[in-house]
Design a protein around this ligand. Sequence first.
Ligand code: SAM
Length: 223
Amino acid sequence: MLSIVSTPIGNLGDMTLRAIETLKKCDGIICEDTRVTGQLLKHLGIEKKELISFHGNTDPGKADFVIHELQKGRHLALVSDAGTPGISDPGYVVVSRATEAGIAIEVIPGASAFLAALSGSGLPINQFIYLGFLPLKKGRKTLIESFKNEERTIVFYESVHRIERTLMEIADVLKDQPNRPVVIARELTKMHEEFVRTTVGGLATVASTITKKGEFVVVIGTR
Ligand code: SAM
């Protein structure tokens, strides 16, 4: 059995009771960085749990190993460094291989940064499009151009290294839609959580003044 377990995106209080219970009772935990998951387990008082590190497609032999362990009847939990496994992290490879192999799975839902950002954005979120991280080169320009005609709220992840450049690019490409709302959610659930609410017209200023620390989610409303 494979349990897909969401973990907090910053605030350790966001661990659900089912998630704690599952991590306690499983035989081992598949994770990205054993140090990150080790810290979480320490906080939860869970000791002596086998940790299996898994980094996605770069690690095909490890996927075979994990599937073999599951086929032997072991109960493994899958976590990522933060949030919901598979959302812009390597977890989906394990889930995809496990379902192909007919392994029973269960989900223990919880935090995900894009959902937290959307729910605090104040923008219409009955329909939205989640883009993960924007491509760095190929297709980037075309994708940002497509925002012009997107009729749903757009949400994507950005790193501290690229947030300024990305916001500047959006300000430029969407300059004919200056009133379009944009919300940048930074450090969600953490001590310095902030929602910066602006418009395309104000984006260039925000790009240069926003605190360049931590983790970011960008939400763009419709025209
Ligand atoms: N699996 C995770 C989830 O469910 O949200 C996402 C993993 S992805 C590798 C990491 C990205 O998620 C970060 O670069 C950032 O864009 C976003 N992120 C994660 N935690 C965040 C937080 N506390 N505040 C804002 N963004 C966050």
